[in-house]
Design a protein around this ligand. Sequence first.
Ligand code: ASP
Length: 430
Amino acid sequence: MKLYTKISIGLMAGVVVGIGVNLTAWEFGANVVAAIENFGIGWIRLITMVVIPLVVASLVVGAASLGDLRSVGRVGGKTVAYYLITTSVAVSIGLILSNVIKPGSGLSEASRQGLLAEYGGEAAGRIDLAQQAPGIVELLLNMIPRNPISAAANTEMLPLILFSILFGIAATTIREDRRKAVLGFFEGVNDISMQLIRWIMVLAPYAVFVLIAGVTARFGFEILQSLLWYTGTVAFGLLLHAFGTFSFILKFLARLNPLEFFRRIRNAQLLGFSTSSSSATLPVTIQIAEENLGVSKKIASFVLPLGATVNMDGTALYQGVAVMFIAQVFGIELSLFAQLTVVLTATLASIGAAGVPSAGIITLTIVLVQAGVPETGIALILGVDRILDMLRTSVNITGDLTGTVLIAQTEGESLDLSQRLETKESVGAA
Ligand code: ASP
């Protein structure tokens, strides 16, 4: 049986078990689900364990094969342009849908009061976290590591990416025997990391089962009902962006068959969905780009770690809808100008969000403040945040992979998705 089928079965079984426990409020079942969920948490740690060695090794090797600062600058420029444009499109989709559907007008006064009372305390905690966020100058300064080892130890991706790229480029300028030794070492680390991922992926179906069972067992289905319009608007927008915007880019700009593309990346999407974390999924995303899509290491290693950290179309789209929803519930009219500002702030807020669960709702506070919408309003949407987090993370990852193939094509890589996949080793073997 293919890995994808196994993961899908794990996911569906998890949903069935979780919903069963949830709806019957079966205490013993809930305890068992909570206990086995630890297996899933351990598994996420296992893949996260490979992130740093894989990103450093593949970036050093990748940057060395890009060769010089000019090529890095060109690829970097394209990457950043792609990220900014697609993210702004995503927010715009969220805003347009919210204007048309008006999800906030469907919330009853009783539900509003109930949600504010129930989630007010938790919301205050998130707002505090957002207030500790660094300013823009500090953010830029923080991209330069004082010490690459401590950046690696604290999983600070942007400084680590900067260091690895400079290290890789500098490596091309030194004496050949030494260069070969250093690059050979990193090539080895890269291959070993990929092998570890293949092993870890064998456990993916079981991990997905317990993670999904845990999430659904705890989920508040009653809240879903009162927030149905909001949840539906975000979900519809995400689907539109994932299958509309990205299909357009794939077909007309990258000249690749979108359906075949989606088929080849579906394991990464499923893992993004199950873990709610672009960063935890990163090793699998890199492997899928190289092995299933045929993207070179020099492009994949550059575009994907950056994407997992800064490119979050799903998050930005969700923030667009959330701002409008909260404004509508509080009866605040957002002018066209205010909404255009939201495009900018949500793009920046999604860049600032880390690739970990619930990061998007923390940086949402920044967008709310800018738009003059009470930030306490996040209490209204906290109850359904997890399910939307799962969806938006899948979209974030799809955006990263779409960008990778587009940039690879524009760099002359001539990808060909009509070739059959080498199924025996590949994690994403579709
Ligand atoms: N969980 C998302 C991610 O990792 C970020 C978010 O909360 O929107 O991509």
